[in-house]
Design a protein around this ligand. Structure first.
Ligand code: AMP
Length: 316
């Protein structure tokens, strides 16, 4: 089993969707990522919380085996985010972002943490993402995510960071905003020119695309007619993707990259079925694989000659 170091937010989220409201619940980019990745790889979390962070939330991460040696408790308040979604549960409208203890967080990684082979720079200040990356000793794979807040406030730091990243995750709106491109395909083209050899662009219920070298691969979402809370879908997707890819040990292999996309899609689909992290705290690996296989079956289109062959085999 491979291991992943993640830096990002650990938060208390207040969210309103058409299914209801959740107040000061466990959230944050690193939280969603860690829970999802923990089903495939061991995870070391680097983040900060305030004195008000409920003990039970640490327990939620610990029960999934997430290493919390890098989760500092600082004087002050935990990061808080609040947002709301329209009826279609598309992109969130951010109501408030209070960085609180993240304003001054400057982690120093331990010797063990520096040697972790796979790094995920989850959504947080790109300068903090860069500081963590600079402390890593020759990681085999570096992946990164961000969001509008940082695209608006620190675009230059973000672009500089992308030059050092292998895999970049973004949703289509953010990718278009960051690059100025007219559509997701053009945005992926621009982003791959900035550094990442793999660019993943997520389009909510319309699936996701992955650009590897000059080729673009397309993936549907897992079909769900009712979703309760899309918060963290992107981070959960990245957790499923990277958790699986790290465990495969073959980061450049297109077959494993495609499977990683399907595991990302699968984990994200579980996450949106309930508020906060509720539905990804205690999944059975069999349930994950069952949905993964269901998704893979729905995606595959048979070749005509294969259909003919199987018809002949039946009639012999
Ligand atoms: P997603 O829905 O995948 O974009 O992720 C939403 C999560 O990101 C929520 O749990 C928030 O706590 C967290 N979040 C929101 N805004 C920020 C921000 N500016 N920096 C870091 N994390 C954030």
């Amino acid at each position: 089993m491979n291991s992943i170091l993640v830096v990002g937010s650990v938060a208390l989220d207040t969210v309103k969707t058409s299914s209801g409201r959740s107040v000061e619940a466990l959230g944050g980019s690193a939280t969603y990522f860690s829970l999802a990745a923990s089903y495939f790889s061991s995870v070391h979390l680097v983040a900060v919380v305030g004195e008000d962070f409920p003990r039970e939330h640490r327990g939620t991460l610990e029960r999934r085996g997430v290493d919390l040696a890098g989760l500092k408790a600082a004087k002050g308040k935990t990061f808080r985010w609040s947002g709301k979604y329209g009826k279609d549960a598309g992109a969130a409208t951010t109501l408030t972002t209070h960085l609180n203890v993240f304003k001054t967080f400057r982690p120093t990684l331990s010797e063990v943490q520096r040697k972790v082979p796979v790094v995920f720079l989850a959504n947080i200040d790109p300068e903090l993402q860069a500081e963590v990356l600079a402390q890593m000793q020759a990681p085999a794979l570096v992946a990164c995510d961000t969001m509008n807040y940082w695209i608006d406030s620190k675009p230059a730091a973000l672009k500089k960071l992308l030059a050092k990243v292998d895999v970049f995750f973004s949703n289509d709106e953010e990718a278009k905003k960051l690059t100025g491109a007219a559509n997701a395909l053009q945005a992926a083209e621009v982003l791959s020119g900035w550094g990442p050899s793999v660019v993943v662009i997520k389009k909510g219920e319309h699936g996701a695309l992955m650009k590897v070298g000059s080729k673009v691969y397309v993936f549907p979402a897992y079909p769900l007619a009712h979703i309760k809370d899309p918060t963290g879908a992107g981070d959960t997707f990245a957790g499923g993707f990277l958790g699986y890819l790290a465990s495969s040990g073959a980061h450049d292999d297109i077959g494993h990259l495609k499977r990683a996309m399907a595991y990302g899609t699968t984990l994200a689909s579980f996450n949106v079925e309930d508020f906060s992290t509720k539905n990804i705290e205690d999944l059975e690996r069999d349930a994950i694989d069952e949905r993964f296989h269901d998704l893979s079956d729905r995606m595959s289109v048979p070749r005509a000659d294969d259909l003919l062959k199987s018809r002949r085999a039946v009639s012999v």
